[in-house]
Design a protein around this ligand. Structure first.
Ligand code: AMP
Length: 232
């Protein structure tokens, strides 16, 4: 993709790129852009769970209320989802993790999985100011229900009002992007997910901080791509 120059080294070990940051930091947008420069799939636990809810299957019915309340779903359930998805052929050369791990238990499960495969984790911490996050989540975030592309009506609008640029589908707001639920999701991040930063540091994972509040999404993705390519 234009503007995303860095490519993985041909002989590099497969990498698990962990996109880390609070809700609204841009993990989803970055994960989708990074797929194009890293040539590895994006594994988004949030998207996978929403697909189950959409399909109204057993798993979807199990997690719907928890997600709508802004709480985290059980560790074993997401660990299983990621493990199964990561075994697909397209993930043989690595993958990008959007929204996983989110608890110490998940981080430990992922650590074991990567160690067994001899893969290298790389943590990208997307840092965005708290007030900016609240504005982003409460103020006009929209998603294409078909391809998952994310927009923001004020900072990153679609070309045609409320229509996905890529496939023409009408955009929707996420039901958990409102009022108290936003507050709950941010509380979950602070209490359960932020502590992972210490875990990553203790584990010696390559770790990079990226300013997720400045610059166009494409420029931020270019920076991340170069950082990941540098950790061969
Ligand atoms: P996201 O799309 O990443 O913001 O996730 C939306 C919701 O899905 C979260 O608020 C949680 O309810 C659930 N979820 C996604 N990923 C995880 C995870 N790794 N662990 C637990 N719950 C998750």
């Amino acid at each position: 993709m234009e503007g995303l120059g860095a490519l993985p080294q041909p002989n590099a070990r497969p990498k698990a790129v962990i996109l880390f940051g609070p809700p609204g930091s841009g993990k989803g947008t970055q994960a989708k852009l990074l797929e194009k420069c890293l040539h590895t799939p994006n594994i988004s636990t949030g998207d996978m769970l929403r697909e189950h809810i959409e399909a109204d299957d057993d798993l979807g019915r199990e997690v719907r209320a928890v997600m709508q309340a802004g709480l985290l779903v059980p560790d074993d359930l997401v660990n299983r989802l990621v493990e199964n998805r990561s075994e697909k052929d397209d993930a043989a050369n690595g993958f990008i993790l959007d929204g996983y791990p989110r608890t110490l238990q998940q981080a430990a499960a992922l650590g074991k999985m990567l160690e067994a495969r001899g893969w290298t984790p790389v943590v990208i911490h997307l840092k965005v100011d708290y007030n900016e996050i609240v504005t982003r989540l409460a103020g006009g975030r929209r998603q294409c229900p078909l391809c998952g592309t994310l927009y923001n009506l004020s900072t990153n609008p679609p070309k045609v009002d409320l229509i996905c640029d890529l496939d023409g589908t009408g955009l929707v707001a996420r039901p958990d992007d409102s009022g108290d639920v936003i507050r709950k999701r941010l509380e979950e991040y602070e209490s359960q997910t932020r502590p992972l930063l210490d875990f990553f540091k203790r584990s010696g994972y390559p770790y990079h901080e990226v300013d997720g509040s400045k610059g166009a999404p494409l420029a931020i993705a270019g920076e991340i791509c170069s950082l990941v390519a540098g950790n061969s």
